[in-house]
Design a protein around this ligand. Structure first.
Ligand SMILES: [Ca+2]
Length: 307
């Protein structure tokens, strides 16, 4: 009987170690909002559109981003809040809370993610759906910030109201006449109330999806770089489709700088670029693009060479 108990303990221990091995390269980083504001807009009712700005420069570079969730702390609603939100990337690095409402309102937005229900339905923590695509738009060497605009899709507002404003202790989302209002704490909130992004990432490597045989091109490392950089890719399975695989490097004007041909179909394969062009001359610093082409598949990523 005692021997069985020991066996069980060894089994449990082994399972725990095994689980740890599976998840140990998954990491989480919390990024608090560094600016926040809401803008009231006119229309059928009064719509409130929060803008939240996050400094993402401390997020480790070149990771595989698995998910990005926005957390806000909801302390009230008007009684008719129905839990749906549109999220966008605000394509701007410069805005601050003293930016004019007109300027902020007119910044172009992109990469929308729609959450059809369940956001902020209870007092307390409200987590968004995965905002990865919005985050990835700014997760590179050129951007310091990621800004997110939120809006109630039921809000039919059309422009700025004359009394647009930001309240110090409250951020509002929604429309009081049509779909209710959500109230949540701003970045200045004490303790746990301030908005933040919760970012899950995995250390660079070929993920499980890539192992299924999809063509994969990873962010080069290091990036930015000065003398050499490693570009990893995967062409596993479907090898017959990945014919004449090559990796090309082009500059901002589209000029071919370097080319690696006859790529092998090994998992976790890589090429090393020594910053030289095809004639062996070092190229100037700046932004470069590298493209993996195999059969009908192509994938491009951006990198930065520092001189
Ligand atoms: Ca709504």
């Amino acid at each position: 009987m005692k021997r069985i108990n020991v066996f069980k303990k060894v089994m449990v221990f082994g399972i725990i170690i095994g689980l740890y091995a599976v998840v140990s390269n998954a990491e989480v980083v919390i990024v608090p909002a560094c600016e926040d504001i809401h803008i009231a807009t006119a229309g059928g009712g009064i719509g409130f559109n929060p803008f939240l700005k996050f400094n993402i420069s401390e997020v480790p570079a070149d990771k595989q981003i698995d998910s990005v969730f926005l957390r806000v702390f909801v302390f009230g609603d008007s009684g008719a809040w129905d839990g749906d939100v549109n999220f966008w990337n605000v394509n701007n690095q410069d805005w601050a809370e003293d930016t004019s409402y007109g300027s902020l309102w007119n910044y172009p937005i992109s990469d929308s993610t729609f959450q059809d229900t369940g956001f902020g339905m209870e007092i307390g923590d409200a987590f968004s759906v995965n905002l990865k695509s919005i985050f990835l738009k700014d997760y590179d060497v050129e951007h310091t910030y990621c800004s997110i605009k939120m809006r109630d899709p039921d809000d039919p507002t059309i422009g700025l109201a004359p009394f647009s404003g930001n309240l110090v202790d409250t951020l509002l989302l929604g429309n009081p006449l049509f779909a209710g209002l959500l109230y949540f704490y701003p970045r200045t909130a004490r303790k746990t109330g301030a908005p933040y992004l919760k970012i899950h990432y995995t250390d660079a490597g070929i993920n499980s999806e890539d192992r299924k045989g999809k063509l994969s091109l990873l962010q080069n490392s290091p990036n930015p770089f000065t003398r050499r950089t490693v570009i990893r890719y995967s062409l596993t399975e479907n090898q017959d489709k990945y014919t004449n695989a090559k990796l090309t490097i082009t500059d901002l004007s589209g000029r071919l700088v370097q080319e690696f041909t006859n790529l092998t179909n090994e998992q976790s394969a890589q090429v090393i670029w020594d910053t030289c062009d095809q004639l062996g001359n070092p190229v100037p610093g700046g932004i470069y693009f590298y493209t993996l082409t195999a059969g009908n598949y192509t994938k491009t990523k951006k990198t930065c060479l520092m001189r």
